[in-house]
Design a protein around this ligand. Structure first.
Ligand code: NAD
Length: 538
């Protein structure tokens, strides 16, 4: 079903053949604390926002293309592109993009003349790549073609696999960079499709692959996503990872703490491609971020936020904002796919444990009535490998909270996740949003120069467990704050005010009358007259 075309009619918005220009008043409040008195000073800043309308041809390269996420994502793109249907024991199913916020969620645009909310698909707000037009390529240390790898993954219905397998059999992952020191030893038997040579040679080879893909398909833009196995963290060292120059020097001297993922990230950035880290490891060291800044491209990470953590970042936000104090969060998982096998090794589990553990920190820190400074709930994460359950991960969480007069409230959640079916739509959203955000530029109206967003694309946080942010910026994990940030930036690019949920038209009667009569527009068009202060007004 196609939705109506959206046009913003406003003196603040101008459409040209190439761009959408919006004049926008950005508002916030500066709070200062002097001698125990908090002073709140609202401020406003005029911004011009320019969005390039031409979307261009987008290619995606997946590191770990032959894995469960890589094959599921590829099959989902093909199933949607070809409008496939397949029979199952519960009836005929049709391709969709459920789980993708760009394709299957809506944004409230405003209200109609009678006061009813009007929603549009997120992908209709601003020009976005159509998933059917994506070109896919990638690397894997396992040599299986994508059809064989999809079969190995055991994620998709057989009747769907049958329909995409011929096309996927033609897709062969390029050799990957393997270092047995970074992923679990239990992965070594599949590591037979490898880029040989020193780290510098491997980096050069990945750059060549990217150029080859670009030329073969005449692509305007390529985005690289790491969806390969979780690596152990690198030991970040001064003089090695701290600057772009030091990092490249370390690559050239084959330094052992330069991980495969850092090589992919540097190669991507140096080819002008955005690099997104879908696993927990600390690939985005300062040297990588600095190089992205120099090359005028973007990075984002870390670790897809698909199931348990997504729910946690909603539930804890709800509890803390309801004035209820979570005191113990215990998360237990078991999974039986290759990701689970890799995570059964201690160092790789540790990477996952770190990204899963910090996800409630911002919510806890937001409420100093419930928590003393530095106080945190007990938070334990367990992951066990149980081959029988395959990709159908079980996540069991117990949230114990302190309620009125020290009572205890306990919530227990059991989630059967279907891991890769949750992750594949996140890959799509990350791609489409990263591509769009690279086309959005900001300017102070008094200057000539347009600037891009910060090279660390923290607006992608909704899809990521441990969002990377600009140095010194606060990390936001709360899911609906992340979503509001994204929605409101997209609205700003259309000159629309942030969504505020006040619905005053339904609460202050004269506002509804103005909406119905159209007076809303005539009064806002003419400058407001000053009204003399009445007695009792302050
Ligand atoms: P998977 O094991 O099925 O796939 C990973 C693939 O990467 C494998 O085919 C492997 O051969 C390949 N690989 C490993 N190292 C490589 C390298 N250096 N270069 C190229 N290829 C390499 O795992 P998956 O289920 O697809 O998950 C992928 C990653 O996404 C994991 O790190 C996982 O922790 C992360 N993740 C997944 C989910 C989810 O599935 N819901 C959520 C969050 C994070």
């Amino acid at each position: 079903m196609s939705s109506p075309k959206l046009v913003v009619s406003s003196p603040n918005v101008q459409y040209t053949d190439d761009h959408i220009f919006a004049k926008y008043e950005y508002e916030d409040t500066l709070v200062t604390n002097k001698d125990g008195v908090l002073t709140a000073r609202p401020y406003k800043k005029s911004l011009s926002i320019r969005t390039t309308r031409k979307v261009g041809k987008l290619g995606v390269m997946l590191v770990g293309w032959g894995g469960n996420n890589g094959t599921t994502f590829t099959a989902a793109v093909l199933a949607n592109k070809h409008g496939l249907s397949w029979n199952t024991k519960t009836g005929k199913k049709h391709a969709n993009w459920f789980g993708s916020i760009t394709q299957a969620s809506t944004v409230r645009l405003g209200l109609d003349e009678t006061g009813n909310d009007v929603y549009v698909p997120m992908c209709d707000l601003l020009p976005m790549v159509n998933p059917n037009d994506l070109v896919i390529d990638g690397w894997d240390i396992s040599p299986l073609n994508l059809a064989e790898a999809m079969d190995r993954a055991q994620v998709l219905e057989y009747t769907l696999q049958e329909q995409v397998k011929d096309e996927m059999a033609e897709m062969k992952p390029r050799p990957g960079i393997y270092d047995h020191d970074f992923i679990a030893a239990n992965q070594s038997d599949r590591a037979t499709n490898l880029v040989e040579g020193s780290r510098y040679e491997q980096y050069l080879r990945i750059r060549e692959d990217i150029r080859d893909f670009r030329e073969k398909h005449q692509l305007d833009k390529i985005i690289v996503i790491w969806t390969a196995n979780t690596e152990r963290f690198v030991d970040v060292e001064k003089g090695v990872h701290d600057t772009a120059d030091n990092l490249m020097a370390a690559v050239k001297r084959d330094h052992s703490e330069v991980s495969p993922s850092i090589l992919y990230a540097l190669a991507s950035v140096d080819e002008g491609c955005c690099y997104i880290n879908g696993s927990p490891q600390n690939t985005l060291v300062p040297g990588v971020v600095q190089q992205a800044q120099r090359r005028g491209t973007f990075v984002a990470g870390d670790d897809f936020k698909s199931g348990q953590t997504k729910l946690k970042s909603v539930l804890v936000d709800f509890l803390v904002s309801a004035g209820i104090k979570p005191t113990a969060i215990v998360s237990y998982n078991h999974l039986g796919n290759n990701d689970g096998k890799n995570l059964s090794a201690p160092k790789q589990f540790r990477s996952k444990e770190i990204t899963k553990s910090n996800v409630v920190d911002d919510m806890v820190a937001s409420n100093n009535i419930l928590y003393e400074p530095g106080e945190k709930p007990d938070h334990v994460v367990v992951i066990k490998y149980v081959p029988f359950v395959g990709d159908s991960k079980r996540a069991m969480d117990e949230y114990s909270s302190e309620i009125l007069l020290h009572g205890v409230n306990t919530v227990v959640v059991h989630n059967t996740c279907e891991d890769s079916l949750l992750a594949a739509p996140l890959l799509l959203d990350l791609l489409l949003l990263a591509e769009l955000l690279a086309r959005v530029h900001f300017r102070d109206p008094h200057t000539q120069e347009w600037s891009s967003l910060h090279p660390v694309l923290s607006l992608l946080a909704y899809q990521l467990k441990a969002p990377a942010v600009a140095a010194g910026a606060p990390v936001v994990n709360a899911l609906f704050r992340q979503r509001a940030a994204l929605d409101n930036v997209l609205r700003a690019a259309l000159g629309l005010a942030p969504a505020h949920c006040m619905q005053l038209e339904h609460k202050v009667p004269f506002l509804m009358n103005e909406l119905r009569s159209g007076a809303m527009f005539s009064s806002s068009a003419s400058p407001a007259k000053e009204i003399p202060q009445q007695n009792g007004d302050h």
